[in-house]
Design a protein around this ligand. Structure first.
Ligand code: MG
Length: 403
């Protein structure tokens, strides 16, 4: 197989249309929010971190520079935006010309910003097809019966649909070939409805790969409503399965120099005794996360009988539990820890503990709560014989990962 390491692929995202049919008033549809983010941002996201794509060129409308700046996607792979033309075809050519000057990519994937549901798999399918073809486009077989109508809504004919397919984007091409075809079409004043049509006109063979029904082009107000529903459903499937776990731990106090709680060493007349560094706070949190996953407990994963865990820092245990959430495609929404101790005072160390726990789990500090209380002098905690910790973990998992 030929060495592909020097082959570069750019994505050209066309966002220059006025596209006000989607009921946007003055705001072009590609800047309308879907799931709280502009449609264009969803389309850019799909390409910018894709392993098949090296650079992203966005073509924007001449009146939309301020709008674009307001959403300004941040990535080194995104080139400065280019201003488009009055027609889609003119805008694509402007983008291709800018890429020719800046990057000279080997391959190009041309995508309409109005298709925000383009999937990672679809981009890969088109990019991979360019290994064996000069042009590749995603298509779907047409399943509806096709009618032609006159201007008075009279049905004039039924069009045989055998072999008919609807074209989607991204459409992939050898860069130099589609650039030349676009330049020739422009020179002759010919207008086409997609880039593959220009390739066909220029004699470039085009192959089809399976498109995706979800890869809709958002055009009308009802498309925008449907897009919002789809985005919400996707978000729910992605991390909508909310689980809560509880954890509890207690360790005895023995004479010593410091207490390690919530990952923070606090100078003290005593130390906590037990397995590892005996950080009851991190142990309770670890059990809470494991409980939310229904994945055993800290003793199962790190048995006290195993000499490997003697004296180790307990951040290992919590980091392992957090990585099990990530491995399931989930996120930790919130961790809450209550420490029960007569001494030392926890308050002065609260934020240091929150920061430490947040860092171990790779989440924001605003997602970590730490509370402290005494036991009012009652029982073993009240007598200063030990320190206890309660924790809850709220995690969100993908519904798709359900067994
Ligand atoms: Mg423990």
């Amino acid at each position: 197989m030929a060495d592909q390491s020097n082959i570069t692929t750019a994505a050209l995202i066309v966002a220059a249309g006025r596209g006000t049919r989607a009921g946007s008033g003055e705001i072009p549809k590609q800047y309308q929010l879907i799931g709280g983010r502009p449609m264009l941002a969803h389309s850019v996201d799909a390409f910018v971190d894709h392993p098949s794509v090296d650079a992203v060129q966005i073509v924007i409308g001449s009146e939309d520079e301020a709008l674009y700046r307001s959403i300004a996607p941040q990535s080194k792979r995104i080139l400065p935006p280019i201003t488009g033309a009055d027609t889609r075809q003119g805008s694509v050519l402007a983008g291709l010309a800018a890429l020719a000057a800046a990057r000279q990519p080997d391959r190009i994937l041309i995508h309409d910003a109005a298709r925000p549901f383009v999937s990672t798999d679809l981009i890969r399918r088109v990019a991979d097809a360019l290994e064996r073809a000069d042009a590749a486009i995603p298509t779907l077989p047409i399943t509806s019966t096709l009618k032609s109508q006159d201007s008075d809504d009279n049905v004039t004919a039924t069009i045989p649909r055998d072999g008919l397919h609807a074209a989607e984007t991204p459409q992939g091409f050898r860069f130099s070939m589609i650039l030349a075809a676009h330049q020739q079409a422009m020179a002759k004043g010919l207008e086409f409805t997609d880039d593959a049509a220009i390739a066909e006109w220029a004699g470039i063979p085009v192959i089809a790969v399976p498109g995706e029904p979800a890869n809709i082009k958002v055009t009308t107000p009802s498309d925008l409503v449907a897009a919002e529903s789809r985005m919400t459903a996707n978000a729910l499937l992605a991390t909508g399965d909310v689980r809560v776990g509880c954890g509890y731990d207690v360790h005895a106090l023995v004479p010593g120099k410091e207490i390690v709680l919530g990952g923070v060493a606090i100078p003290h007349t005593h130390a906590l005794s037990g397995h590892s560094d005996a950080d009851a706070g991190l142990h309770a949190l670890t059990d809470a996360v494991l409980g939310a996953l229904a994945d055993g407990d800290i003793g199962v994963h790190f048995p006290p009988s195993d000499p490997r865990w003697k004296g180790v820092s307990s951040d290992r245990f919590l980091a392992d539990a957090a990585s099990r959430v990530t491995a399931r495609g989930g996120i930790i929404s919130h961790l809450d820890l209550t420490l029960i101790a007569e001494v030392p005072k926890i308050g002065p160390h609260r934020d240091a503990m929150r920061k430490c726990i947040a860092e171990i789990c790779g989440i924001g500090i605003e997602r970590v709560g730490v509370q402290a209380t005494t036991n009012e002098g009652l029982g073993y905690i009240g007598r200063g014989e030990g320190i206890a910790a309660h924790a809850t973990a709220t995690i969100r998992l993908p519904f798709r990962s359900l067994p």
